[in-house]
Design a protein around this ligand. Structure first.
Ligand code: NDP
Ligand code: AKG
Length: 482
């Protein structure tokens, strides 16, 4: 069994709590994948103090020098890709090809931000004074607290930590317990790359203790969070109360619209991939499928045929297409929503059950599930389920489709399948979502482009690409009089 202590000031340190958390394999619940500390709040404070001490020297390095550390970390992560991807699959259930893809994405993100150390960091702005030079430059925000979920245990920590570092911040990181062993492996790569002590710190433990302490600790100047809407609100309000900068990425209730002129096979494949890959556990996952009535029977028939072919099982097995839910809690949430859907009057046309045969009772497996006759007032059409559940909704035209697509509190990602250019343009303009995608699935983000949502899906900020600079730096306007 793998054991990880906390990583504070460049050293692996055990917690004084004397308690540990055992991370189990959701595909095989008697298998303990590893153990991490169940830390005390004051240990987070210690990590934050070291991060604060490390700040000045780190900030004074050139961007190029900071970039070299990220390039080194990328090389180490790449050399350990197979090992880390396998642990990810064992720890949180996504299939091995998906875990490898995510780890490779982590490598690419590190290299992207390493290069950022050599890119421009400000603008020259004309002054009304003929003898003056006016310009902007960027300053780091200081110590950044990073709170991450379990669904992308390599990519999300890296897309928060890498930009924090390249722009001159130091980091205190708290991963979700369910994916803490995989996250510790990422930190091991930073350690092997020889980052100066205190620049990156990791403290494991309960969200309500360690996450909350990141929110409350005055030495932490900025907090970046991905997770649920409920916890995001706690993080945002706590940060606001003490004047810390914050950035939140939360849920989605992402629609796919399929119009009568769409390439139906393409739309079916994208609905399955966007909705059911990673067992539906992506904030960008498709959960509502809004279909024009004239193609509804053909689309549904093709969708059902392909969903019936999905193989569910241990993500390490080469024949598995869909792994388990990450935890018993998540499995129960999904099963509860399936009951809610039935009670609300939606028609279950596929799946709906926990899988128990052929050894699957040893894990948190649920069937891919499809409801039809879903109306927009139903909870399964409004609330994030985070499971392999699709809600089909029949509409007469694009106008009705857009009304329904926008009739939720979330606005993260949305797709349309159409061959009609006017419909594409209408969708781009009228869809209330941070990511609008034409003839492509709702999930999947590119590291060099801004990522984030409208409405309740985010704090209206964006992550990744150049957008990261807005959170991880403060602008200084410089006025120089000759
Ligand atoms: N937007 C997204 O990508 C994600 C959305 N979700 C949604 O959230 C639901 C619940 O999942 P869950 O894992 O409980 O999500 P949470 O939002 O509770 O967890 C996200 C992170 O926040 C931490 N956390 C928990 N409480 C606090 C707190 N008071 N202060 C600061 N940090 C805290 C968690 O720690 P720990 O878990 O270790 O206690 C974890 O690291 C899912 O069903 C899904 O709908 C979940 C994951 C990702
Ligand atoms: O769709 C993706 O690749 C990223 C999704 C994501 O960021 C999330 O689920 O938190």
């Amino acid at each position: 069994m793998i054991q990880y202590a906390n990583y504070i000031n460049g050293e692996w340190q055990s917690s004084n709590s004397g308690k540990t958390y055992q991370s189990i394999n959701p595909a095989s619940i008697n298998e303990v994948v590893g153990e991490v500390e169940y830390s005390l709040a004051e240990e987070l404070d210690t990590a934050a103090s070291y991060a604060k001490q490390a700040r000045t020297d780190w900030e004074k390095l050139t961007g190029a020098a900071r970039g070299q550390y990220l390039y080194k970390t990328a090389d180490i992560l790449e050399s350990r890709l197979e090992e880390i991807a396998e642990i990810m699959t064992k720890e949180m259930g996504k299939t091995l090809p998906e875990a490898k893809g995510e780890t490779a994405r982590g490598v690419a993100i590190l290299r992207y931000y390493a290069g950022e150390g050599l890119r421009e960091e400000g603008d020259v702005i004309p002054s009304t004074d003929a003898d003056a030079l006016m310009l902007t430059k960027r300053a780091p925000i200081g110590v950044v607290g990073v709170i991450t979920p379990w669904n992308f245990p390599v990519a999300i920590p890296i897309w928060k930590i890498a930009p924090a570092l390249i722009y001159g911040n130091t980091v205190v990181f708290k991963p979700a317990l369910e994916a803490s062993v995989t996250a510790a492996k990422v930190i091991e790569c930073f350690n092997e790359a020889g980052l100066p002590n205190g620049v990156v710190n990791m403290v494991n433990g309960e969200g309500e203790v360690i996450g909350q302490q990141i929110v409350d600790n005055p030495q932490i100047n900025g907090i970046t969070f991905t997770g649920s809407d409920k916890t995001g609100k706690i993080v945002g309000q706590g940060a606001l109360n003490r004047g810390a900068k914050y950035q939140l990425e939360m849920g989605g209730k992402n629609p796919v619209i399929v119009t009568k002129d769409a390439d139906i096979d393409l739309a079916v494949d994208a609905t399955i991939s966007g909705g059911l890959r990673s067992t539906g556990q992506k904030c960008t996952a498709t959960s509502r499928v809004i279909i024009e009535e004239s193609i509804y029977p053909t689309f549904t028939e093709k969708l059902l045929k392909k969903v019936k072919e999905i193989t569910v099982g241990n993500g390490l097995h080469p024949d598995t297409w869909m792994g388990p839910s990450v935890s018993e809690k998540q499995l129960n949430t999904v099963l509860d929503y399936i009951e809610i859907g039935k009670n609300e009057g939606a028609t279950l046309i596929h799946g709906g059950n926990r899988l128990m045969d052929n050894g699957l009772d040893q894990g948190f497996f649920v069937e891919p599930t499809i409801f039809e006759n879903v109306t927009t007032d139903m909870r399964i059409a409004q609330e994030e389920i985070f499971g392999p559940v699709l809600a089909l909704m029949k509409v007469k035209d694009l106008e009705e489709a857009l009304t329904i697509a926008n009739d939720v509190d979330f606005g993260l990602s949305a797709s349309i399948f159409t061959t009609n250019i006017q419909k594409m343009l209408t969708f781009i303009d009228d869809m209330e979502a941070g990511m609008v995608r034409i003839n492509a699935e709702s999930a999947g983000v590119e590291l060099q482009a801004p990522f984030g949502g409208m409405k309740k899906s985010s704090s209206h900020s964006r992550e990744q690409g150049q957008a990261a600079k807005e959170f991880y730096t403060n602008i200084k306007t410089v006025f120089i009089k000759g």
